[in-house]
Design a protein around this ligand. Sequence first.
Ligand code: DGY
Length: 355
Amino acid sequence: MFGGHMVGARRLGGAQARGRACSGGRSYTRPKPARMRLPMARCFVTRVLPGPALDRLRDRHEVDVWPDRLPPPYQELAARAAGVEGLLTTLTDRVDAALLEHCPDLRVISNYAVGYDNIDLHAAAGRGIVVGNTPDVLTEATADLTFALLLAAARKLPEAIESVREGDWLTWEPGRYLGQAVAGATLGIVGLGRIGTAVAQRALGFEMTVLYTGGGQGSEAVRRVSFDTLLEESDFVTLHCPLTAATYHLFDADALRRMRSSAILINTARGPIIDQEALRDALLAGEIAGAALDVTEPEPLPPDDPLLSTPNLIVVPHIGSATRVAREDMADLAVENLLAGLDGRPLPHQVGVAV
Ligand code: DGY
């Protein structure tokens, strides 16, 4: 479920796994070693999480869970974080230096996301607070959504669905709803990490040529190229890099202009990697053919945001990891990270501070 941690546990079979030892064909129950009861800690969890993971946290610690559909406002988050040792956040919670200044007892922040751009890692490290995240368990779900968006944009699914609903499906028409071929096209991946690699695997199944730029390790089938070459040669460009100072507005007017006029841009990473005003202009001017966004700046995008009335654009509400299994596994991992941090053990997934 979460890497070596659970795999190791699964390897113990039968008697061993149940704490029994065998000797000379007889088995006996090994007395449980006396476990030192670690003190209870106070935890604040900023959202109700799917699955049973939070019960495991409640078994060990005093847990305050924010019950609303909307996240706690910043001041509320700051007030609650000020009195706890463990904090479980989601990507919508801003944990900055000013907030951390008032958290004298905080020892661990567990972020329910693979991305952690909502947390000031340097400020946390400076106060000896460890930070965990939830990679791996959402990789396949996010890669699936990326491909769903790619296919939907390439084959104009939103327009086709809308025209059926509006009674505009008059007959089978040779020249209507014409989209782009995916098989055999070139996909450019910005950031070949876990999710980028999973997207590349799907693309190879569609017999696409796969290029990548930025971090990651390619293979014979997945060729590393410069950012410019990727923009110039790709029919589809998909973003899988973290949001950092270097990737903020990486896709600005200039980058969009260098893409093919037939190209489609997909973003399931973080909204601010794209300059949305420049994207709107590029779509209106026909500099690129389409875009599909799972992430925007801000989130949520207000219903009257001009981007939403831009042609050839799909926007979905940040659902990359939204499968039941991925979200429950993320909850398991986030709770494991928090429990480990509170016990003073290494986190199953600790985020390092870039120097
Ligand atoms: C993440 O985990 O960073 C995704 O954006 C949401 O699951």
